[in-house]
Write a protein that binds this ligand. Sequence first.
Ligand SMILES: [Zn+2]
Length: 410
Amino acid sequence: MRTDVQTAEPRIPKDETDTMSSSTVITNIAALVTNDPSLGDNSPLGLVRDAAVVIDGDRIAWTGESSKAPATDNRLDAEGRAVLPGFVDSHSHLLFAGDRTEEFNARMSGRPYGAGGIRTTVAATRAASDEELEAGLTRYLAEALRQGTTTFETKSGYGLTVADESRALRIAARHTDEVTYLGAHIVAPELADDPAAYVDLVTGEMLDACAPHARWIDVFCEKGAFDGDQARAILTAGRAKGLHPRIHANQLTHGPGVRLAVELDAASADHCTHLTDADVDALANSRTVATLLPGAEFSTRAEWPDARRLLDAGVTVALSTDCNPGSSFTSSVPFCIALAVRDMGMTPDEAVWAATAGGAAALRRDDIGRLTPGAYADLTLLDAPSHVHLAYRPGVPLVAGVWRRGVRVV
Ligand SMILES: [Zn+2]
């Protein structure tokens, strides 16, 4: 899909045909996060001190001590700064129009607000042109890239008609391989009185139109959205069309979402804020990743997900932005890392792992989220001597350079 389509500016290479063939070594890296525990300090981060990394074409060719770096065509001195894998943002909603400034302002000011939440964005998105939707997406992607995000997933879910959902996915697929069909975000307003008819549409005609443009299918499994039986029917229908499940689960209340994610071998259960011990056990005994989205709790003044509980149980945890105009309008993975460390019981090392290797696991990818030979050369240079500064210096623009597929893009 989509490799025949031109990427909008700023130009971000999407595939191997776009990459340079020369090799570059980055030397004098004070702390290199590889996410390979066989390297460096043998922690999960595989932290190598006084390190170098060699980029050959679009891939990592070598990592190790700076003094042992092989000869290459080009050389760059990191001057004692830190390098880590580009962030993998495995959960965002970037195909939308309008914003919800007034809603946020009212919520933060303790004032009641009468507008319709997601429905407000659905109305604006339906009214927008293709060009407006793509311009918004391009702008948020450039914003995320400047903050070190080199892979992102994004979803439909603000169209809720066959034509509007499929066009959102078509536009998204021009910019990423990680495209998710979320027709089951809420019941479309015009079918609010007949949710069964909407589930039929989502699993029928809308799925047929959307499946060719997507890799994933997602459901908002929550009171007021879709219950466990509806979610199972939607995800099972998607799987029959070749889409793999991921679920918005247990965000606002306890519910069946997490256990359904494990039952269906979903790549990820996202949010995981309200969990029973049985939910945590189910995740720990599965390969379903728990993706935590602290931007949502920050922006709604809600209870934080308990990352410590999940990590101590052995669950694989990812951190993502959930970037969307209603409940988490941030594209900044560093901001989410800082929140996770400050308020969710994660160590800085765990949070950085979750935002890189964890995000890759949530997308079932092993070619990103690590800096070891064979992985894509997606990496971030910080204007800091350590990855810990991402949490230690919250809100500071520390990203000094970003390479995507071997090409320096920031
Ligand atoms: Zn979401």
